[in-house]
Design a binder for this molecule. Sequence first.
Ligand SMILES: Cc1cc2nc3c(=O)[nH]c(=O)nc-3n(C[C@H](O)[C@H](O)[C@H](O)COP(=O)(O)OP(=O)(O)OC[C@H]3O[C@@H](n4cnc5c(N)ncnc54)[C@H](O)[C@@H]3O)c2cc1C
Ligand SMILES: NC(=O)c1ccc[n+]([C@@H]2O[C@H](COP(=O)([O-])OP(=O)(O)OC[C@H]3O[C@@H](n4cnc5c(N)ncnc54)[C@H](O)[C@@H]3O)[C@@H](O)[C@H]2O)c1
Length: 442
Amino acid sequence: MKKYDVVVIGSGPGGQVSSRALAAGGRKVAVVEEDLWGGTCPNRGCDPKKVLVAGMEAVDRSNQLDGKGLSPIRSINWPGLMEFKRTFTDPVSSSSKEGLARRGITTVDGSAKFVDSGQIEVNGQAIKADTFIIATGRRPAVLDIEGKEYLKNSADFLEMETLPRKITFIGAGYIAFELACIANAAGSEVTVIHHNARPLKGFDEGLVSAMVLAMRAKGIRFVFDVDIAKVSRQGGSFLLEADNYEDKTDCVVCATGRLPNLETLGLENAGVEYGRRGVEVNGFLQTSNPSIYACGDVVAKKQPGLTPVARFEAKYIAQRLLGGETGSIVYPPVPSIVFGSPKLASVGISTADAGKEPQKYTVKEVDMTRWFNYRRINEPVAKAKLVYGDGLLVGAHILSGTADELVDYLAMVIALKISKQQLSQMVFGFPTIAADLQSLLR
Ligand SMILES: Cc1cc2nc3c(=O)[nH]c(=O)nc-3n(C[C@H](O)[C@H](O)[C@H](O)COP(=O)(O)OP(=O)(O)OC[C@H]3O[C@@H](n4cnc5c(N)ncnc54)[C@H](O)[C@@H]3O)c2cc1C
Ligand SMILES: NC(=O)c1ccc[n+]([C@@H]2O[C@H](COP(=O)([O-])OP(=O)(O)OC[C@H]3O[C@@H](n4cnc5c(N)ncnc54)[C@H](O)[C@@H]3O)[C@@H](O)[C@H]2O)c1
């Protein structure tokens, strides 16, 4: 029977970072993967999505500068863009696996299941380890409605060879907003249906409303307070039905959240507790079995399920197992970005939480739309809401085409507690988004 110091289950960002760090620290490590090596982010998540976002950004920029020396790009050559996307995704699985092997890590293809607290089984083969790390991520949730077999998910969207003439998204979170904007820029007729009237729930309500307004101006249709009950095939298209709604479309993408991958892991055999939201962990990312850790999307936690969070947790576990980390995990401010059109980004204390403690926090709203950096590209909207506590920036919420860049600078200001006085002593390259920090935080 094979025996390792550490076995990592799942080869996504969490599994990659933890296994590589542990192998570099001299541990004998194996990684088990049941699907594509590299996990969600580079195969069917962040990276392919961001390649498609580049096409959307080009369409947006040309539309914004229409009549200002440029002609708009009317639509995207979808098969061409997908071919470009595949140059990123096709090599990922083999290169991720080879990258691990090059570092002396054993790679095992198959589905891992705990037999007891010190042993898993993969394809009938028993593997023992002193420590296990569960990094199995999440998968798309499927609405339990009549006709659910007709529903596509985000992974299907990112593989679509032809762009449907009409596409409908159910759900209004990160995935629906981002993919709706991409499909709209590529020339599809897009509808987003949500079961209540509060899309992108974790983000500032006013900025979300402004984003919805901007997306509506581009032709995206939002339908709120509609709970789809049935999908049926009608020739080449699909009929969506609810008590108060009926519409035909060519493609339905379900984007109603993601579920932790844990049902097939045999967690009961290893004494690992879990719930609907994921594997339960303590402040050291240890499960209820102290020799089994968990990181990334599969963990039940307050932090959002994002790649940098999975990587941060994986690094922490590796440091702890290598003897360098003794305290419980302390997360820095984590930026969240919706790569839509425009982009919505958020970091630190929310405006909703700040509003509950007015004696502690103040919120300053800044409209940047007329600032040079936005006027130069004729941005329709550029707004920020800044949360201050004790004179320092503690939260930032931004809506603009470049919010993804600005939010990382602001995350640094928050994490390092950089004061307005310190910022005013800096010289930035000009004119840049970073240079705006001095005016923004004045
Ligand atoms: C469409 C989309 C867009 C996204 N965009 C962004 C973005 O822009 N920025 C961002 O930060 N995040 C984004 N995310 C989220 C990001 O992809 C995840 O947070 C990240 O991949 C989590 O990493 P992980 O290692 O925890 O899990 P994953 O990357 O999901 O990897 C888990 C791996 O475990 C494997 N596995 C599961 N069960 C078993 C088993 N029993 N045995 C063996 N292997 C198993 C799976 O096959 C998978 O490969 C996006 C997600 C999606 C779906
Ligand atoms: N840019 C990024 O960082 C990025 C992009 C995509 C995904 N992600 C990650 O992936 C996760 C999953 O994304 P997502 O958009 O699927 O989930 P989400 O949690 O962001 O949004 C799901 C939406 O579906 C709605 N919903 C739930 N049940 C429903 C129902 N029965 N009918 C209609 N609507 C329903 C919810 O109210 C919510 O608005 C995100 O939470 C995030 O962690 C991140």
